[in-house]
Ligand binder design. Structure first.
Ligand code: HEM
Ligand code: FES
Length: 594
């Protein structure tokens, strides 16, 4: 056991960092929700939260992934890198809140287990299920958040820990696919597509430029020959500082101190801090994160400490610095290379992250960057909120239970026929709580007068009641038998939706992002509707049945939530239009056809 350095506890810098982070996240979530609500007052609370958490997590992930290359381009960004683990954990918490809410909202309370629904719903011919991609990303992020603590860093050793945490790029790729095959299919604004693409390209470009800076180096042919690598001119390394290059994927810092040059791994043994951004003070390289020290010629911490980093052989030819790409075992002493010419001593301030106060110039720079990041995040979140596809109006009287009187009909789907005060009959579809139809509750009352209790769901003159189980009682009600009359054969283009969500229990209750939930609802017996919208935005919702008026729930599952063309017979049943057609003849509309 070696001596330990002073524990890096909470200090003023860390508190400022975390308070700023909490404030930024709170503002992003609140702004997204406020703007979405202002544009769509009937949006359901779950949708608001699911989307606000997702958008904020995704934006924060971009910030996290930008910090590394920015620091490689300009050391003044280092204070942002110092506590980046807290950014990562905060992002995971947001993503977890989004994932858990989406999991419950779209997959719970159905006829199959939520996990089976998550993994199996939403696929089908020509569609890529986007939710399992999100779940895979969440699993990767979980692994990283769970091992973010110092305990794991010590036990896994910094290099293994770092390799594990590179999986953040896998998570990022999965999330981009999750968004591209889900949200962007239902929210087709070109601004959203452009923002997602700009985010991915921006990150890629930033990493490319930063890698270019550290270039030389990964030339496979040179490495294969074991040739020494030319890392640049002696004059490019200021006295007391390092030049960092990447050799065969490993970051190597070549320090100059007086007339000597030494090369060592740039990865600090404490928490992977960037030694190459540190400075030589009193003959030792000081890590800019928490001040761990290493002797440049052998990569060892001074007595009584025991940390060691790999070293590299270095030599000077003319004005060029050459490094042997083969790392030596940690702590191996190497004769420093000698440089005849003097260079300017670097007078820039070295700011060690754990110190309570950063130097004034650095503090000004950090404040400016943080403000710019704040502004950029809020702008992107506002764009994401305002560019969403407008949400349809529908209303669910959640928690308000009313009593209804009418006559029950059980085929093709449970309905309560009620006498309208002004004459005429309205038909209310009946469903059970959760993602279940009401067949089991109404069968014995078919054709009988009843009273029942439930909550209203309604949109555009179509009404549905979520039945309170056990509330049906026989009553003396009589209504004329329903008369249907054919309105003729039609060909309609639209989408199959589940009546419960679509009429208002979930807003939005349609398109690609709602597909898995609609499949689960329809599988559970909730009547399917065919939702048709013309160019002017006028909406028709037709009750969808088979060619002989039978229920078709099990036969339409694969086609739910996708653009379809259906040719069939339309008839009027009380105040509903009914579309009768054989599901075998439904036709999928391809993208180019629309
Ligand atoms: C179990 C895991 C996950 C599930 C079930 C899931 C599910 C969903 C669903 C259903 C949507 C569409 C929401 C809507 O349109 O209302 C969505 C969108 C989205 N998800 Fe996920 N997701 C998961 C994990 C993740 C993770 C880890 C991230 C990482 C940040 C993420 C980021 C997003 C983003 C950015 C969107 C689109 C934008 C938005 O809704 O604001 N998701 N997800
Ligand atoms: S990472 Fe903590 S001192 Fe280097």
């Amino acid at each position: 056991m070696g001596h330990a350095y002073r524990a890096v506890g909470w200090n003023r810098q860390k508190r400022i960092y975390d308070t700023t982070l909490a404030l930024g996240i709170g503002l992003c979530v609140a702004l997204f929700m406020a703007l979405t609500f202002a544009a769509n007052p009937l949006v359901t609370a779950e949708t608001l939260l699911i989307r606000a958490f997702a958008a904020s997590a995704f934006v924060l992930l971009h910030v996290i992934l930008s910090i590394g290359p920015l620091c490689r381009l300009d050391a003044r960004f280092l204070p942002l890198l110092y506590n980046r683990r807290h950014l990562g954990v905060a992002m995971f918490v947001l993503a977890l809140a989004h994932g858990v809410l989406a999991f419950v909202q779209f997959h719970a309370l159905g006829v199959i287990s939520p996990l089976e629904s998550l993994l199996t719903s939403d696929g089908g011919p020509g569609t890529i299920p986007f939710q399992p991609l999100g779940a895979a990303a969440l699993a990767v992020l979980f692994l990283m958040a769970a091992t973010s603590h110092d305990f794991w860093l010590r036990n896994l050793t910094p290099p293994t820990w770092k390799a594990l945490h590179m999986a953040v790029y896998v998570a990022y790729a999965l999330i981009v696919l999750h968004v591209a095959f889900g949200f962007l299919q239902a929210n087709t604004s070109p601004y959203l597509l452009a923002a997602t693409a700009a985010g991915a390209l921006g990150l890629f470009g930033l990493h490319l430029v930063a890698a270019q800076r550290e270039r030389t180096t990964d030339r496979a042919e040179q490495l294969a020959r074991g040739a020494w690598i030319d890392v640049g001119d002696v004059a490019s390394i200021p006295d007391g500082r390092a030049k960092t290059v990447s050799i065969a994927g490993e970051r190597v810092a070549i320090f100059r101190y007086g007339e000597k040059l030494s090369a060592l791994s740039s990865v600090c043994r404490h928490q992977n801090g960037p030694l190459g951004e540190g400075r030589v003070v009193d003959g030792c390289v000081v890590c800019p994160w928490h001040g761990y020290q290493y002797r440049p010629h052998d990569g060892r911490s001074p007595e009584p400490f025991t940390e060691r980093v790999p070293t590299f052989r270095v030599r000077v030819e003319g004005a060029r610095v050459l490094v042997d790409p083969r790392p030596l075992p940690p702590g191996t002493a190497v004769e420093p290379a000698h440089v005849a010419t003097q260079t300017q001593h670097d007078e820039r301030e070295l700011y060690v992250g754990y110190l309570p106060q950063s130097p004034p110039r650095q503090a000004r720079f950090t404040r400016g960057v943080v403000l710019a990041l704040f502004a950029a995040c809020l702008a992107v979140v506002s764009l994401a909120a305002l560019a969403q596809t407008p949400l349809r109006a529908g209303q669910f009287e959640f928690g308000v239970v009313r009593e209804f009187r009418g006559v029950l009909a059980s085929a093709p789907h449970p309905q309560l026929r009620v006498q309208r005060p002004g004459g005429g009959v309205s038909s209310y579809l009946l469903v059970a709580p959760g993602k279940h139809g009401a067949d089991a509750f109404v069968r014995e009352f078919d054709g009988r007068g009843v009273t029942l209790r439930g909550s209203l769901v309604h949109s555009g003159g179509r009404t549905l009641v979520e039945l309170e189980p056990g509330s049906i009682a026989l009553a003396d009600v009589s209504i004329d038998a329903s008369r249907t009359h054919d309105l003729g054969r039609v060909t309609l283009r639209g989408e199959i939706v589940d009546s419960k969500c679509h009429l208002g229990v979930m807003t939005p209750g349609e398109r690609r992002t709602h597909r898995a939930c609609a499949q689960l609802c329809i599988r559970g017996g909730i009547p399917p509707l065919f939702w048709v919208e013309d160019e002017r935005g006028d909406v028709q919702r037709l009750l969808l049945v088979g060619a002989n008026g039978e229920a078709v729930n099990e036969r339409v599952l694969e086609l739910v939530g996708l653009p379809l063309e259906i040719e069939g017979v339309v008839s009027q049943l009380d105040d509903w239009l009914v579309l009768s057609a054989d599901p075998a003849a439904y036709r999928r509309i391809e993208k180019g056809e629309r």
